[in-house]
Ligand binder design. Sequence first.
Ligand SMILES: [Zn+2]
Length: 440
Amino acid sequence: MAITSELQHTVGKTAGFSGTSLHTGEKVSLKLHPAPVDHGIKFKRKDLQDEPTIDVKIDNLKTVERATTLGEGAVRVHTVEHVLAALSAMGVDNAIVEMDANEPPIGDGSAQPYVDLIKKAGLTAQEQPRKFFDVREPMHVESKTGALLVLLPDDTFRISCTQAGPNNRFAQFLSTEITSAIFEREIASARTFVYYEDVQPLMEKNLIKGGSLENAIVVRGEAVLSKEPLRFADEFVRHKILDIIGDLALVGRRIRGHVVAVKPGHAANAELARVLAREQARRSAMSTPRAVPLGDGGLDTDEVMKILPHRYPFLMVDRVIGFEGENKITAVKSITINEPFFQGHFPGHPVMPGVMQVEAMAQVASLLLFKLAKTTSRIGYFMSADGVKFRKPVLPGDTMFIHAELTKSRGERLAKAKCHCVVNDAVVSEGELMFTFLDK
Ligand SMILES: [Zn+2]
């Protein structure tokens, strides 16, 4: 039975190792650093100016061809699935993965070097509980290439995987619970395997300069080529399980559920991670309390007006219900028939204008930004709104919950926030807003 009160963990101290990167063949060193509660896993590119970081989350997934690439802006990190699998399975919730290249060391093509590294760094319990994604009903994704991933409710995290190569050669099956002990013993050391026909064109284009029989098993026809003999008779399916764990780490929560995977690959794994993240976002939006609490880390109308310059009838926030971590806020606005816009929008058929919902999102996002900046001497100006959608009409008598999440803040002058409004447990509007700050 799972323990719901499990605590978040970070690494006990900084630890690192160096090796060769798969694609460029160059030397790369990687360091794991401790990070605070609710930080999650972030990659840091030490080799670039300003040392940019990339959050490990599904929104930052860029490509899934052969390996998993994350990116923010122009910055990329490639082949992150093995280090993520080790961090996730070994119980590291919060850490900075610092690298001086765009790819971690490939090591022996397994997650073993990362397990060794995490053990060297040690684990430290933190003061907040872990976040879980509980599978409540069956979910599934299917790809054109024949991959099928089904997720079923379970008290633990389990994976049952069937792997099969071209013409069903090397068909293998394994079903196991994933705990740190089982991962370390049964999964971590399973190496990457490739089919000769897939890698030959890449070798010719010189795209895998660091690839060798020391960090991958090459299957050519019926022959299995590698420097070292197979570590398990079913090493391939074990590596497929390793990749699933790494790709599902993009959900940002520990999964309680049973993954049943048939011929999985990075694209299908990532698609499942996307489905889970979307479901989690929906649940978070739904979890708005029906009774609006006072106090409790929120802001009442008076406090809101001390921060926002807006006044009736243009103040679109009644109260802030609460903040979550550094970058999330939920506020509430009661929509009454007395709103001035209902007089003309429309006579005899009152509907809240969509642009007023966007204004509400902008005001709530500003409250978050001012809280972060700890100053009210500047005013935020709305610069752009992307992906704005109005899904359902908002009517007199509705209570509108406004959620904003800061997704990017560049210096003190620019910020981006993902926002959505919820009425009666349904998202009524959403959009991504960008702001700039100017002195008042
Ligand atoms: Zn892999």
